[in-house]
Design a protein around this ligand. Structure first.
Ligand code: SF4
Length: 251
């Protein structure tokens, strides 16, 4: 029987296998995990990891920056906001472990429904979840207080998004979860000399053809605030990923 291999690209994190030779994505991930450029965010994540939530008091929190996760050959990039304090900051994987009804499970149900994810939930790093043709990243890699990074922290973290997308050579369609992820991706394009005028406006299901040949799709963030109020429903989210799949297939 074959050994299980996770999609964690960092050296030494290939479960059941010897550590792989460093690849571009693994090098990017090591740089993200060891980054200390935002003292406020690093201190917050570490404090949350020490204090813990009662339900997770026996666990060791990740409490470091969180790299992206998914298929290195993905054509669809998903850009979220930032790790959740007791979700990705605890588990070390984006959109993972923020509980029943949390954003990770909501997102993964849509990705599973549309064929991008092997499981409809995202509970912990060893849960066997595999993404196919999709890669999840975030505008900021450290958990921010109140889920609100400062404008300066967003700018500071942009180089990690640039490096990670640079190591994903097949990306064509970008799904931005929320306006902060949407703006972060536009900021990344501007930093690469791709300027769009007028500036694309974020909206759920909005589709923007990019000068570099790609496509940017807006999607409401699957925060509890949006999902508990019905602003974002499972059908709405799955529709966005069906649109993303149709976009890459139409190339
Ligand atoms: S938010 Fe980004 S730039 Fe700031 S410390 Fe975390 S990984 Fe580094």
């Amino acid at each position: 029987m074959g050994k299980t291999v996770t999609q964690d690209a960092r050296p030494g994190h290939l479960k059941g296998n010897r550590p792989a030779c460093p690849n571009p994505l693994a090098i990017v991930h090591d740089a993200i995990v060891s980054c200390t450029r935002c003292p406020r965010l690093r201190a917050y994540g570490e404090r949350i990891g020490r204090e813990k939530r009662r339900a997770y008091r026996d666990e060791t929190y990740w409490a470091r920056p969180v790299p992206g996760f998914g298929d290195p050959a993905a054509r669809v990039l998903i850009v979220g906001l930032a790790p959740a304090a007791h979700g990705a900051n605890r588990t070390g994987r984006v959109f993972t472990g923020d509980g029943a009804g949390g954003s990770g499970d909501f997102l993964m149900a849509a990705l599973h429904d549309t064929g991008f994810a092997s499981l409809p939930t995202s509970t912990h790093r060893d849960d066997g979840l595999v993404l196919t043709d999709a890669y999840i990243t975030a505008a900021v890699r450290c958990a921010p207080p109140d889920n609100r990074p400062t404008p300066g922290e967003l700018v500071t973290c942009l180089s990690h998004l640039a490096a990670e997308t640079g190591a994903l050579p097949r990306i064509h369609t970008v799904v931005a979860l929320g306006s902060i992820g949407f703006d972060a991706y536009l900021r990344l394009l501007r930093s690469q000399g791709v300027v769009m005028r007028p500036k694309p406006v974020f909206g759920h299901g909005s589709v923007h053809r990019l000068p570099n040949g790609g496509t940017l799709i807006g999607c409401y963030h699957p925060s509890r605030q949006n999902t508990n109020t019905g602003r974002l429903t499972p059908d709405m989210m799955a529709a966005v990923f069906r649109l993303a799949r149709a976009t890459v297939l139409a190339r």
